[in-house]
Design a protein around this ligand. Sequence first.
Ligand SMILES: Cc1cc2nc3c(=O)[nH]c(=O)nc-3n(C[C@H](O)[C@H](O)[C@H](O)COP(=O)(O)OP(=O)(O)OC[C@H]3O[C@@H](n4cnc5c(N)ncnc54)[C@H](O)[C@@H]3O)c2cc1C
Length: 410
Amino acid sequence: MSQLKVAIVGGGIGGLVLALALRARRIDFELYEQAQELREIGAAVALSANGTRELRRLGLSQQVEGVSVIPSALVIRRWDTGEIIAEHPIGREGVYEATFGAPYYGVHRVALMQALADRVAAEGLHLGRPCIGVDESRAGAEVHFADGGSAPADVIVGADGAHSVIRPHVVGDIRGRFSGTVGYRGLVAARDLPALPDPAPLQFWAGPGRHLLHYPINGGRTINFLAVVRVPTWTQQSWMEECAVSDVVGAFAGWHPAVTEMVGSTDVGARWALHDLEPLTRWHTERAVLIGDAAHAMVPHQGQGANQTIEDAIVLADCLCDARNKRGLAAALRRYEQCRRKRTVAVQWWSRRTADLMHLPDGPEIAARDALFADLYSQLTWIHSHDAHASTVSSAPRSTRTQAALTRSQ
Ligand SMILES: Cc1cc2nc3c(=O)[nH]c(=O)nc-3n(C[C@H](O)[C@H](O)[C@H](O)COP(=O)(O)OP(=O)(O)OC[C@H]3O[C@@H](n4cnc5c(N)ncnc54)[C@H](O)[C@@H]3O)c2cc1C
């Protein structure tokens, strides 16, 4: 058993995966979540091999696979004619898993959270405890709660999302930057989409200043979609604004009937301003550290926010496992940031770039863009084939024991 006591603030995907990864490495944790129950905002999430590989290692294959759908392929179509620009198999003939070493899943967020929460169980989990700030000294750290209470820890992990209350303590008051795009999210019954050529793939429709992404969940009976529209500014205080279905239908006027049918067939009630974070200058202090959206919120156009968060959780757990006690803590947090920063900055950049490529106007640049899409799997290899645990183990000082601790616990 490690001598470290870890306080995790936030019970989203990052906080829960970290809790499971720490338990697998026999490190004590307490997880504090502001909500009275564990839940996720939004409809579905796509998990790629770099994320599912780690969920498998945590022994979650059955639970996650049981509530997921593997899309047949990744297809990119033109906005008006529906002509296929690029098609790459995913589930079909197992090509994706053979290429990247683990499966690709579309999963309802509620089902994913339930699968994670069931495994974390009640031990070490504190719901309804909003954190309002933290303190640290050379001797230790403390989490402070809205109810006036506080809790001691050796290290505090800010897994509290894009509006993190831990981030100002680590790096100052950094706000999200607006990406110039808004998103409309919805769920539609597949049977209500007669114009859709094929509901089984994960499919992009790319056109000037907009795109639509959709994939099947819920045994293929439901289609989850995210419609993205470029807008000049976002002036609201909140990142979310109520809207009518006619707003999104109007934004896609003239597009292929499968697109207008999908965005018009659901009760879209809001549009979300898509933000990301400027790369932070630091991710940790002596005793506090950030993971997930708190460290590197990104726009969702590569479907990588949750997957990078899972990677963070695994790498941090490995680094803390190697530290074993308070003396090794500072080096462990430094190593975690070194392992994660460059990679997540690159994924943030690619996520923004993807929307730029999707949104090109018809014209001379389209041919080069389409050639890039046709070669997509080689472009994505560095993201999807990454093995976060193996890369941390291989970067470990020789005297440490990540691998041994993990093997013992399985
Ligand atoms: C439209 C859209 C689509 C997306 N699609 C994908 C996708 O397909 N694939 C993918 O990989 N990613 C996707 N993402 C990104 C992904 O959802 C996030 O990156 C991921 O959920 C981040 O996880 P997290 O644990 O860091 O933060 P969060 O999920 O935000 O969790 C933070 C938790 O902390 C809690 N909390 C916050 N403040 C406090 C406090 N003060 N005290 C205690 N608890 C607190 C919150 O209640 C919450 O439970 C998408 C994002 C968007 C917006």
